[in-house]
Design a protein around this ligand. Structure first.
Ligand SMILES: Cc1cc2nc3c(=O)[nH]c(=O)nc-3n(C[C@H](O)[C@H](O)[C@H](O)COP(=O)(O)O)c2cc1C
Length: 375
């Protein structure tokens, strides 16, 4: 069954992918299977919905290679490419999970471009190969329910219902999963009210800091699109709960084409604060090193945890401000009493107003526009 929060139109067709149940696993995937796996990988979240990944279907060695389009790495919000790398990690995880539903295990091989996941400078190539996901028959076959979770998952940026609790056994399972599967990462669980309040304030501070930087605001405005946009990338205001009119105001205002009232920018930052404060839990993935391998792993771990939460009836929203702006990042590190860097921060819960959980999915470009490479 397809989720009923998927709008009509080609920009949302990616979510209407089939489940292809019962397909037999040969020694390695066919080209059709690689394309199907890429279709699920496309449903993974990416920062600002920039969809920086490109897919190479390598039938000869049964691999899906991911390239990055550096034009899609945002210089203001992501100057060192951390957010793009975490995004690629989410893409890798969806691919690995879709492959495991078909009966393939996945091996991850870094390619030449791992140092190149950062904004493109003049004269540099745009497309670089970053990582290959190589599939072979064997390993633990995952249930098709994971496909449903990938099709249903979306960021739910609503106010949550703080009376809801995530079962402690589920939280323990998530911590154990991250510890077992992703080397150098730790999942921290924060549920107490004072910490959520503190994180909400820091999130608001981080968002206020960046939104008041003209170039950052302009970049955000470029990616925050009117609700009737038919673009395959970018975020629509309705995904943040904004009306058509407020979305247009924010889109034009952030781009400097209309004057925004102080209340309008403050409201945007405030929403993150309320979201954090009302979450059932705030989860933080910290990494032993701030390098490509750990950022990629953090994206993989986030996506696996987010899908497990969807399966259990919860939703999540990511907050990159705290991970990118240094002062709040240090404060969070202090609260967690860790030397590891907070690399992904997200809140978990259920929307206070059920209708907020029904906000439409984000768009995606057609898969065939993202294919690159030899085939
Ligand atoms: C690395 C990363 C960082 C993100 N940071 C934020 C953020 O700071 N605030 C926010 O509202 N959404 C954030 N998002 C969510 C994306 O905007 C969202 O995934 C994208 O628009 C696609 O929507 P979907 O996940 O609902 O499919 C982030 C996503 C990723 C992968």
């Amino acid at each position: 069954m397809q989720p009923d929060d998927v709008p009509a139109g080609p920009a949302f067709d990616a979510w209407r992918i089939g489940s292809c149940e019962g397909a037999a696993a040969l020694d390695r995937p066919t080209r059709d299977q690689l394309a199907w796996i890429a279709g699920y990988a496309l449903l993974a979240p990416t920062t600002h919905n920039t969809v920086p990944q490109r897919f190479e279907l390598r039938e000869d060695d049964g691999a899906l290679a991911l390239w990055v389009a550096r034009e899609a790495i945002l210089p203001e919000s992501d100057p060192v490419g951390r957010q793009a790398t975490v995004s690629l990690g989410c893409v890798v995880e969806n691919a690995a999970i879709a492959g495991a539903v078909l009966g393939f295990s996945a091996e991850i091989e870094p390619l030449s471009g791992t140092n190149a996941v950062r904004p493109r400078h003049d004269g540099e190539p745009d497309l670089v190969p970053v990582v290959a996901v190589r599939f072979r028959a064997g390993g633990e076959r995952l249930a098709p329910g994971w496909l449903d979770a990938m099709r249903h998952r979306k960021m739910v940026r609503a106010e949550y219902d703080e009376r809801v609790h995530v079962p402690p056994a589920l939280l323990e399972e998530l911590v154990a999963t991250v510890g077992a599967l992703y080397r150098g990462l730790t999942l921290h669980v924060l549920t107490d009210a004072p910490t959520r309040l503190f994180l909400g304030k820091f999130q608001e501070l981080a968002d206020t800091t960046v939104i008041n930087r003209e170039r950052f605001a302009r970049e955000l405005g470029d990616w925050l699109l009117p609700n009737d946009s038919d673009a395959g990338v970018g975020m629509r205001g309705r995904e943040f709960g904004l009306s058509d009119r407020s979305t247009l105001r924010m889109h034009l205002g952030l781009r400097g084409e209309e004057e925004l009232l102080p209340d309008e920018t403050a409201g945007f930052a405030k929403a993150g604060n309320v979201g954090m404060r009302t979450a059932s839990a705030v989860l933080v993935l910290t990494a032993a090193e701030d390098d490509f391998a750990h950022r990629l792993a953090a994206g993989r771990a986030y996506e696996r945890v987010a899908l497990r939460l969807v399966e259990a009836g919860f939703c999540a929203a990511m907050h990159a401000g705290i991970t990118e702006v240094e002062a709040p990042n240090m404060a969070l590190r202090g609260r967690l009493r860790t030397r590891q860097r907070p690399t992904v921060v997200f809140r978990v819960g259920r929307p206070l107003h059920a209708e907020d959980g029904q906000r439409p999915h984000a768009s995606r470009p057609p898969l065939d526009t993202l294919l690159v490479g030899r085939d």
